[in-house]
Ligand binder design. Structure first.
Ligand code: SF4
Ligand code: SF4
Length: 237
């Protein structure tokens, strides 16, 4: 690995990188790759494709509850014949404006041990963009990739977990099923259609109407519902 690739990066550090379709590696990073999706990734991708959440999850992902923690894991499927992502074309990603967080971050990722820091996860021998001369700060690069709304929605998702819950701690499988509603908001929308359910959870008609036509409002409402349920079911504090 080069010096650039080994560094622990903060948002103010610089990186040399430029990705464009004239590089010989163009779209190679969309092949045979493990991409784990967040609820907001699913929302953006399925909306771009004009699909419901259940249909998208069934067709393009495999999902399961993690052993021990029972946190839902949703993995983007690759085409088994080519090992390429189903959304890649010769001219790039066909859902580029709505590509998932992990694709926006690449070749960066969050540093696993240094909170608020980043690292480069690709080698310049495969990701030729790292040999290009364009220089950015990490913050500039992330802003150019539109990660802001993804980070905000992920923070909200993490905030549904009860105070005192330590990531990786074992919890009941019921937790995972409840959290999965954030991915499959079609199911949550069906629950919302029941007026008794809305009354019970203090969801007024205006909120309901907005959630019926605005996928992001629906997801925020799902987060509120999950948070409320988890606090009742798993009072950890
Ligand atoms: S491997 Fe790197 S430079 Fe090549 S297409 Fe992917 S991100 Fe861009
Ligand atoms: S979603 Fe788009 S950017 Fe991400 S792997 Fe698939 S084709 Fe590539």
């Amino acid at each position: 690995m080069s010096e650039q690739e080994e560094r622990i990066l903060t948002a103010e550090d610089t990186l040399n990188f430029d990705c464009h379709e004239n590089l010989p590696c163009f779209t190679h990073c969309c092949r045979d790759v493990n991409i784990y999706l967040t609820p907001y990734d699913v929302l953006r991708m399925r909306t771009a494709l004009g699909m419901g959440s259940s249909e998208f999850l069934n067709q393009y992902t495999r999902s399961f509850l993690a052993k021990v923690t029972h946190i839902p894991v949703v993995q983007l499927l690759m085409n088994p014949d080519t090992l390429y992502c189903y959304f890649v074309t010769d001219s790039g990603c066909k859902i580029y404006n709505d590509r998932p967080w992990a694709c926006r971050m690449y070749p960066l990722d969050l540093h696993p041990h240094k909170s608020g820091c980043y690292r480069i996860i690709a080698g310049a021998e495969k990701c030729f963009g790292l040999k290009e001369n364009k220089t950015w700060t990490v913050g500039e690069w992330l802003a150019s990739q539109g990660v802001g709304p993804y980070d905000e929605m992920e923070r909200l998702y993490q905030s549904v977990l009860p105070a005192g819950f330590k990531p990786g701690s074992p919890m009941d499988a019921g937790l995972g099923k409840l959290l999965f509603l954030a991915y499959d908001t079609d199911i949550f929308l069906e629950m919302l259609k029941d007026s008794k359910f809305r009354r019970l959870h203090g969801i007024d008609e205006k909120e309901f109407e907005i959630a019926c036509r605005d996928a992001e409002a629906l997801l925020r409402l799902a987060f509120d519902y999950i948070r409320e349920q988890l606090r009742e079911l798993y009072p950890l504090t």
